[in-house]
Unconditional design. Structure first.
Length: 237
């Protein structure tokens, strides 16, 4: 596989748009910690509250717990603005309502960069992606263009924003770029550990943050000079 190119860092603000609490922590949060340390502003937009994500906890209990955990997790990597939409966890559908909500956030926050999750059918290695991830990733990419078109979603009452230069797709099997997170790896682990109730209900590799994240960062780093790294598929807009 080809070596990865360094992510551009000549930008000042980003909006991270993902489906669930914990999605950013499984791969992107080390890069986000690096960027906030550089003085950049990163905001989070979650399509749901993660209410269907804990098998042992009813949704009406899990939603508020996971919302609190996400806010605490974001704070670890320097993110203070976290917004939650109310699309149904596990049952999200691609369409105008989701695109509208994301486009509205882009117009409000006017980012240079949009970060989102993997919208492809699989992850690296052929592991099947889940529907919510595919739906939100695709909607986020499309919403960037929606936000720039003044004749789309006119009812929002917000000025169009065409200033998004790139979309960075975390977890993509088609990664093109990477960010050195060697100095920020420990904070990425700490950020994931804030999802304590979620992790407690998991089993397998994903339940243990440090080795899981280290393996991923080392694998990406083998294509990026041997440093711990977070990979992204970079789309120019």
């Amino acid at each position: 596989m080809d070596d990865l190119t360094p992510m551009p860092e000549d930008w000042q603000s980003a909006l991270a748009v993902v489906a669930h609490p914990d999605d950013l922590e499984y791969g992107a949060s080390g890069a986000i910690a690096r960027w906030t340390d550089q003085g950049k502003t990163v905001r989070y937009l979650l399509a749901c509250r993660g209410e269907a994500g804990i098998d042992t906890m009813p949704p009406e209990e899990a939603g508020p717990v996971r919302e609190r955990e996400q806010v605490a997790s974001a704070a670890v990597v320097g993110v203070s603005e976290v917004e939650f939409l109310d699309h149904p966890d596990g049952m999200m559908t691609y369409g105008l309502p989701l695109r509208r909500d994301i486009a509205a956030a882009i117009r409000r926050h006017r980012p240079d960069l949009v970060i989102t999750g993997n919208h492809h059918e699989t992850y690296h290695g052929g592991f099947l992606n889940m529907a919510d991830h595919r739906v939100v990733g695709t909607a986020a990419i499309d919403a960037v263009r929606d936000a720039a078109n003044r004749w789309v979603f006119r009812d929002l009452g917000l000025e169009p924003w065409g200033g998004v230069r790139h979309v960075a797709v975390s977890g993509s099997p088609l990664a093109t770029h990477a960010v050195d997170i060697t100095e920020h790896f420990d904070r990425s682990v700490a950020s994931l550990r804030e999802h304590a109730a979620y992790l407690a209900a998991l089993s397998g590799d994903m339940a243990n943050p440090e080795p899981f994240l280290r393996r991923a960062a080392e694998e990406t780093g083998r294509r990026f000079g041997g440093r711990l790294a977070a990979g992204f598929e970079l789309l120019d807009m």
